[in-house]
Design a protein around this ligand. Structure first.
Ligand code: DC
Length: 225
C-alpha cells in the first residue's frame, strides 16, 4: 500500500486503539500518532510549571511555548515535552486523571488539534484518540471507532499493570475508567463520540491480532472497491 492515507481510530480508554494502531502502523509502514499522549504531556507541563487549570492566561502562555514531539522507536514511540523524554512519566495515575481534566479546556484542544493536523498533513499516519474522525481529520480516508465492555477494558489495564509489577485492585481500575468515560463523553468541546461515517469495532471478544487483521482487511477492501 503506497498511498499515504490518514487513518483515524477513536474510542474510549483501553478499547484496544493504541495497541491496534501501533501494530497496524508497522504493517502499513505508517507513522503512529498517539494523541492521548499529547494531552498527557500538556497536563504534565502544567504540573511542572505549577500552573492551575483555572489560570487561562498562564495556560495560554504555556501553550504558546509548548513543544511536544513524538519520535519513532522500534520498541514504542517516545514522547518529548520540550526537551525532556516524558514517555514513562505521562503514564502515571496522576497524569492520567489530569489529562482528562485538561482535555475539556478549549485553548488546550485548539492547540493540540493544530499540532495534530500539522503532524498528519502529509498523510501516511494512523492517529488514535477521541476526536480524530470527528474534529481533527473529519475527511480521514478511514475511520474506526473501537469499543469494549468496561470489565474487559479494566482487565486489560489490570494485566498491563501486573506485567509492570504493579498490583491495582480491579475495582479501582474500573471506577477510574468509568470516571474518564463520563468526563470524555460529556465535555462540551469535542466529546468522545463515534463519527457518523466511522466503522464501529467491538473488541470485547477479540484478540489484538484479530483487531489488526480486521482493520487491515477493511482498508484493503476499501481500496479495491
Ligand atoms: O488515550 P489516553 O487514555 O492516553 O488519553 C488521555 C486523555 O486525553 C483522555 O482521558 C481524554 C484525552 N484525549 C482527548 O480528549 N482527545 C484525544 N484526541 C485524545 C485524548
Amino acid at each position: 500500500m503506497n498511498e499515504k492515507f490518514v487513518i483515524a481510530i477513536d474510542g474510549p480508554a483501553a478499547s484496544g486503539k493504541s495497541t491496534t494502531a501501533k501494530q497496524l502502523a508497522i504493517k502499513l509502514k505508517y507513522i503512529y500518532i498517539d494523541t492521548g499522549a499529547m494531552y498527557r504531556a500538556s497536563g504534565l507541563c502544567t504540573l511542572l510549571q505549577n500552573i492551575s487549570l483555572d489560570d487561562k492566561i498562564a495556560l495560554k502562555e504555556m501553550l504558546d511555548k509548548i513543544s511536544i514531539r513524538i519520535e519513532y522507536a522500534e520498541e514504542g514511540n517516545r514522547i518529548y515535552l520540550n526537551t525532556e523524554d516524558v514517555s514513562e512519566r505521562i503514564r502515571e495515575a496522576d497524569i492520567t486523571k489530569l489529562s482528562s481534566q485538561i482535555a475539556v479546556i478549549e485553548i488546550v484542544r485548539n492547540k493540540m488539534v493544530e499540532l495534530q493536523r500539522k503532524m498528519g498533513e502529509d498523510g501516511g499516519v494512523i492517529m488514535d484518540g477521541r476526536d480524530i474522525g470527528t474534529v481533527v481529520f473529519p475527511n480521514a480516508d478511514f475511520k474506526f471507532f473501537m469499543i469494549a465492555d468496561v470489565r474487559t477494558r479494566a482487565l486489560r489495564r489490570w494485566n498491563e499493570a501486573k506485567d509492570n509489577g504493579e498490583v491495582i485492585p480491579l475495582e479501582d481500575i474500573k471506577e477510574e475508567l468509568i470516571w474518564r468515560d463520563k468526563n470524555d463523553t460529556t465535555r462540551e468541546i469535542s466529546p468522545l463520540k463515534q463519527a457518523d461515517d466511522a466503522i464501529p469495532i467491538d473488541t470485547s471478544k477479540m484478540t489484538i491480532e484479530e483487531q489488526v487483521e480486521m482493520i487491515y482487511s477493511i482498508i484493503k477492501r476499501g481500496l479495491n472497491a
